[in-house]
Write a protein that binds this ligand. Structure first.
Ligand SMILES: NC(=O)c1ccc[n+]([C@@H]2O[C@H](COP(=O)([O-])OP(=O)(O)OC[C@H]3O[C@@H](n4cnc5c(N)ncnc54)[C@H](OP(=O)(O)O)[C@@H]3O)[C@@H](O)[C@H]2O)c1
Length: 221
């Protein structure tokens, strides 16, 4: 049975991915630090999507620990400041060969503008150091949660960093299961700070140009 787990799945991008991934995954584990919060988050999604009858079967509220101990494929959807602490606390449970896609954007706000965090290491790079046995990739940073949650039409490129072609392929399979999202392999985890910081650029463009849900689409002329 095809399943996927969301670590911190009760937030904006976690709920949005849950709504989308449940179209092709038989089970989507919506993870939380707190089982009650996971329960109410899933309940809310189901009540807001009455026409999506399959959500009741497919969305399963769980703890983050249960998601990590159960799923081969996982997406990390927690805020930047919580990412490393979350992975540290879950690190003993991860298994060899699991896929962890980090959607974490490393951005900060300086006055009215957003900036990438420049720490010298990406979030994904730091995660890989904590759990080297896991296949880590970076994706979804520039995909607006609201568009996915509201199931609006989208045509967006999703920038992916990974160290191995196989990890890119597995990540691409998750991305292409969502209609309108197209994976682009940017490079290795060594340059993933570039992708993790792109959200700052996108948010600044959105603010200046009055765009509520901007995203990226690469063109070549
Ligand atoms: N929003 C978007 O459009 C979007 C798009 C692409 C990528 N992202 C990135 O995805 C990540 C999540 O974004 P979001 O907007 O969904 O964030 P969010 O709603 O603020 O948080 C997501 C979840 O993270 C968990 N969390 C919060 N603080 C935590 C902590 N201190 N320790 C452990 N878990 C904590 C919470 O789950 P529990 O309380 O249930 O544990 C929360 O529901 C961010 O890094 C963001 O940059 C966001």
């Amino acid at each position: 049975m095809r399943s996927i787990g969301l670590i911190g799945g009760t937030g904006d991008i976690g709920s949005a991915l849950a709504v989308q991934l449940a179209k092709s995954f038989e089970t989507v584990l919506v993870g939380s630090r707190n089982q009650e919060k996971a329960n109410s988050s899933v309940k809310e999604i189901i009540s807001e999507k009455p026409s999506r009858l399959e959500l009741k079967e497919r969305l399963r509220p769980v703890t983050n620990e249960f998601a990590v101990s159960t799923c081969d494929d996982l997406v990390l959807t927690v805020p930047y400041g919580a990412a490393i602490g979350t992975i540290n606390s879950l690190s003993p449970i991860f298994k060899d060969g699991q896929l962890l896609i980090s959607a974490v954007a490393a951005i900060t706000k300086s006055g009215k503008e957003f900036e990438p965090v420049r720490s010298g290491n990406s979030v994904a790079g730091a995660i890989k150091e904590i759990i080297p046995r896991v296949k880590v990739s970076v994706a979804f940073q520039t995909v607006p949660a609201r568009v996915l949650y509201e199931e609006r039409e989208i045509d967006a490129d999703v920038f992916v960093c990974s160290d191995e072609d196989e990890t890119f392929k597995r990540t691409s399979d998750v991305i292409t299961s969502i209609k309108g999202l197209h994976p682009i392999h940017v490079g290795s985890l060594a340059i993933s700070e570039q992708v993790e910081g792109l959200t700052a650029l996108l948010l600044n463009i959105g603010t200046k140009s009055h765009l509520k849900t901007p995203t990226f689409k690469i063109k070549s002329f």
